[in-house]
Design a protein around this ligand. Structure first.
Ligand code: ADP
Ligand code: TYD
Length: 199
């Protein structure tokens, strides 16, 4: 039996990881077997690539090089983690997936969407069954992400105007694929947001 593939998307600090964890707990309590995973990462090889793309100076990689790195990480994650879990009939909950590349690399620093789409078709060829977009204002997201700090700040360091384009990009994707996306208001306490996620 094929499993169910769910992704969370949103700007940095929108609360995706928190909601992904809460949904996994909720489904496990209901008796489902859940693989909770994330991108970039989610397999040993992809976690190594994660360090390359999330740490260091904002201008460390061009958008084109990033497309290759994120897609390489995604291909490994798909082969080693996602496909095997779906084949076992599990629910896979992924914190970010291909929509992040469509927006972060495809739209925010020039129009590279066609390149992203062609590489996706060639190397990934699949999308989640359901995508939950946690929507939040960039100012609030950046405040939350900055409070969390750490070394993985390359994209946060690109600033508020950048995160505004990211938010608009996600909302545009959701409007184009309403059957796959659910947009959830992230500007509420975690438990209230989770009620929207579980609905
Ligand atoms: P993301 O994965 O989207 O970057 P996180 O789930 O890691 O977001 O949340 C970013 C920060 O904001 C964390 O410190 C988290 O505890 C906090 N946070 C998450 N959800 C909420 C919420 N609904 N309201 C207020 N703070 C939140
Ligand atoms: P993530 O760990 O989800 O960060 P956060 O919790 O701050 O939202 O993602 C790390 C960063 O990687 C995030 O800024 C978005 C970026 N990213 C891309 O640019 N392209 C991609 O394909 C993915 C998966 C992530």
């Amino acid at each position: 039996m094929a499993g169910l593939f769910v992704s969370f998307e949103g700007i940095d600090g929108s609360g995706k990881s928190t909601q992904a964890r809460m949904l996994a707990d909720h489904l496990r309590a209901a008796g489902h077997t859940v693989t909770l995973t994330r991108e970039p990462g989610g397999s040993a090889g992809a976690e190594e690539i994660r360090r390359l793309v999330l740490e260091g100076a904002a201008d460390r990689w061009s958008p084109e090089t990033e497309i290759l790195l994120f897609t390489a990480a995604r291909r490994d994650h798909l082969e080693k983690t996602i496909r095997p879990a779906l084949a076992r009939g599990e629910v896979v909950i992924c914190d970010r997936f291909a929509d992040s590349t469509r927006v972060f690399q495809g739209l925010t620093r020039g129009d590279l969407r066609e390149t992203v789409d062609r590489l996706h078709d060639l190397m990934i060829g699949t999308d989640p069954d359901l995508t939950l977009l946690i929507d939040l204002s960039p100012a609030e997201g950046l405040a939350r992400a900055t409070a969390r700090q750490g070394s993985e700040m390359r994209f946060e360091d690109m600033g508020l105007a950048f995160q505004t384009r990211v938010r608009e990009g996600f909302l545009a994707l959701a409007a184009k694929a309403p059957q796959r996306f659910r947009v959830i208001d992230g500007a509420r306490p975690p438990a209230e947001v989770a009620t929207g996620v579980a609905a």
